[in-house]
Design a protein around this ligand. Structure first.
Ligand SMILES: [Cu+2]
Length: 471
């Protein structure tokens, strides 16, 4: 905390315009104390106690960086450093991030705020920060080599600009980008409108998270940085299901969720039980005439999306990426589909050589979650999550929107499982089963085929075994 005396001392130092350059010894003494976060839990919203007021966001499994007011300027201190991030209970990754966590803390400001951000580099190599999506002086844009010299290890740089337009933004390095983003260096930035905005509604709950991805071999701790597409951990704010907190809201709350994508592929984000509007993109709020209701929105690489909906259906609603391999955790990729393959003969032969040999996946992969096979130290099961009715068989980019009648305003705590009203849960049918009636086709092919093969070919669907190149 800054004392009143410090405040006036700082005010005299920070008079003129500051360029993105190494700060002097005198200014170093004036650095705001860096705030470090050690917990991966979702922190309560940071209600502003200085500056213009606003309705703060909640960062999923994250937090908002406190600031200090210095002569009307909001001052933040980011520390780029190696961190240990718990990606799910029992699974810790050695990443790079900011202020103790990956992603870094969310920065929240108000349209028109003058913002000064000190960036201290405690990484073993140089870095920089690009303020993704912002209007700012060219020298503050953070592309090392192009707009500024890189921040060398041990150095502190200062960025300063006015948050000119309200919206959803991100920050990330623009120096050795492939390494530093693969290691988890990124964060969220929210600029709230300074007054009532015709295109920005007041909401009861405002959540945000980044889409990120890692390639960490089972049993190891550090991401492989040369991976371009074939990641094995698909995460929200460097957390994987069941490590991602639920989004807990009150019945009839107006809810906004802000999503930014810093992975190398697109993610169709899908919400169950409600229809939402895309109310904001990279460029700010969307014109009302461009909004239509949908249940899935694709967030492409480098994009931000804001969705909004009325949470008017009670229950535990799945909320996830719709690419099915993005709701799974680390697994071998070259797994052929074995559904429908009869292993009995083979298993017998192999068992005579390897007594413990076990065939997997001939009824799908769900049986693998029941087997609870031993997994290497420090990894997450491929798909898991114990729900009220059994395993959810999910991993990666999956969470739950919990809508409750009795959730208090401003209470973000997990209310537990939904208690379904009598007679509203799908259940087993135990009556007689009729023989299936088969439809006869009414159509026919438009033209006969020539050079027909002598015998018809039947194709059985099998996933390509070459990996995930074609996301
Ligand atoms: Cu995805």
């Amino acid at each position: 905390m800054t004392s009143r005396r410090d405040f006036f001392r700082l005010a005299s130092i920070a008079g003129g315009a500051v360029a993105a350059s190494a700060v002097s010894r005198v200014a170093l003494a004036a650095l705001p104390e860096p705030v470090i976060q050690t917990s991966p839990d979702t922190m309560p919203p940071l209600v502003p106690n200085t500056g213009r007021s606003y309705n703060p966001v909640v960062t999923l499994n994250g937090w908002t960086l406190p600031w200090r007011m210095n002569n009307g300027v909001k001052e933040f201190h980011l520390v780029a450093e190696p961190v240990v991030r718990e990606m799910a209970p029992g699974f810790k990754a050695h990443l790079w991030g900011y202020n103790g966590q990956s992603p870094g803390p969310t920065i929240e400001v108000v349209e028109g705020d003058r913002v000064r951000i000190f960036v201290t580099n405690k990484l073993p190599e140089h870095t920089s920060i690009h303020w993704h999506g912002q209007r700012l002086p060219n020298g503050m844009d953070g592309v090392a080599g192009l707009n500024q010299p890189a921040i060398q290890p041990g150095k502190t740089f200062v960025y300063e600009f006015v948050a000119r337009r309200p919206g959803t933004f991100m920050y990330h390095p623009h120096a050795d980008e492939m390494t530093q983003m693969a290691m988890g260096m990124m964060g969220f930035w929210i600029t709230h409108p300074k007054a009532k905005h015709p295109l920005i509604d007041e909401v009861n709950r405002d959540f945000c998270f980044l889409l990120n991805a890692y390639d960490i071999d089972p049993g190891s701790y550090t991401p492989k940085i040369s991976t371009m597409l074939d990641f094995n951990l698909w995460s929200w704010n460097s957390r994987i299901f069941p490590g991602i907190d639920s989004l807990n809201v009150r019945l009839n709350d107006k809810v906004r969720i802000r999503i930014g994508n810093l992975t190398m592929t697109n993610h169709p984000i899908h919400l169950h039980g409600h229809e939402f509007l895309v109310t904001g993109t990279d460029g700010g709020p969307t014109p009302k005439s461009t909004r239509w209701y949908e249940v899935t929105t694709d967030v492409a690489v480098g994009q931000m999306r804001q969705i909004e909906f009325l949470a008017d259906e009670e229950g535990d609603w799945a909320f996830h990426c719709h690419k099915s391999h993005h709701t799974m955790n680390a697994m071998g990729h070259d797994v052929p589909t074995l559904i429908g393959v009869d292993h009995r003969g083979i298993a017998k032969k192999i068992n005579s050589l390897i007594p413990d040999y076990m065939v997997m996946g001939e009824r799908g992969m769900a049986d693998m979650t029941e087997m609870e096979m031993p997994i290497p130290d420090n990894t997450a099961p491929m798909m898991t999550g114990e729900g009220p009715f059994g395993s959810v068989e999910m991993g990666g980019m999956f969470s739950v929107l919990k809508v409750r009648r009795d959730q208090k305003p401003g209470d973000y705590s997990n209310p537990g499982w939904f208690k379904h009203p009598e007679g509203t849960v799908a259940h087993e049918y135990t009556g007689p089963l009729a023989e299936p009636a088969r439809f006869k086709s009414e159509g026919g092919q438009s033209m006969p085929r020539i050079q027909k093969p002598p015998t018809p070919t039947e194709v059985k669907v099998r996933k390509p075994s070459s990996g995930h190149e074609n996301h």
